[in-house]
Design a protein around this ligand. Structure first.
Ligand code: SAH
Ligand code: DHB
Ligand code: MG
Length: 222
């Protein structure tokens, strides 16, 4: 029992149920060729994000942390033709790789990447006063999560979902004395979710190809 088994079972379940196509496989390969870190959500997690967006009837999704666009492709595929996914990415290099992957997936008209620090782009997005988002996926620097939660709450409609990746961190989330800034970031994030009467949330611990981690899902109270 351990990582080898988690990887093997993840591969079995993904090949049975997830149905990753060429555009997604190629997005991962292009990221590898370009030297991007191999830290996208797994195929099974991508499918979960897709299912959540579909179940919500989402038309507008916000992502914080694009990398090579793997999770963006999954979520964009859940949207109607006139849907919109805005993805915020700090690294111009990552955004460039993502743009290629999104074009290959035929999603140029749906996905918009905004390059820059999320902390700069979120206030701009709010100031634009566009339609609220149905779902937010937070997956950038973990120290920024508490701040991203505040902006996500401002930007999401009642009944919408705010999802955050990597909140269990191999179990380190339960260690309040951790000196790891990433651990403290996700702990503050979860404390804010718990304390805010506008949110009802949970965390599912996960094991799989990416190790032992977890996904937070919080609903904006209608
Ligand atoms: N959601 C992607 C993976 C994102 S990895 C997927 O599953 O396919 C995290 C990304 O967040 C990296 O590309 C990193 O460059 C970006 N990032 C880190 N700090 C950021 C910041 N302050 N603002 C915006 N993006 C940031
Ligand atoms: C890292 C970031 C992620 O979003 C993730 O899912 C896995 C790893 C990282 O920065 O190492
Ligand atoms: Mg992640």
């Amino acid at each position: 029992m351990g990582q080898a088994q988690w990887t093997e079972v993840d591969a079995f379940l993904s090949s049975l149920l997830v149905g990753e196509d060429d555009a997604l496989t190629e997005a991962t390969a292009a990221g590898r060729r370009a030297g991007l870190p191999p830290i996208s959500v797994s195929p099974a997690q991508g499918k979960l994000l897709y299912l959540l967006a579909k179940t919500l009837g989402a038309k507008r999704v916000l992502e914080i942390g694009t990398l090579g666009g793997y999770s963006a492709i999954w979520m964009a595929r859940a949207l109607p033709k006139d849907g919109h996914l805005v993805s915020l990415e700090y690294s111009p290099r990552h955004a460039e790789v993502a743009s290629g992957n999104i074009a290959r997936a035929g999603l140029v008209g749906v996905v918009e990447i905004r390059v820059g620090a999320a902390a700069d782009n979120l206030p701009k997005l709010a100031a634009e006063g566009g339609e609220p988002f149905d779902m937010v996926f937070i997956d950038a620097d973990k120290g920024g999560y508490p701040d991203y939660l505040d902006w996500s709450l401002q930007l999401t409609r009642p009944g919408g979902l705010i999802v955050a990746d990597n909140v269990v961190r191999g179990g380190a989330v339960a260690d309040g004395l951790s000196r790891d800034a990433n651990v403290q970031g996700v702990r503050s994030y979860l404390e804010k979710v718990a304390a805010d009467p506008r949110l009802e949330g949970t965390v599912m611990q996960t094991v799989g190809v990416k190790g032992y981690d977890g996904l937070s899902i919080a609903r904006v109270v209608a």
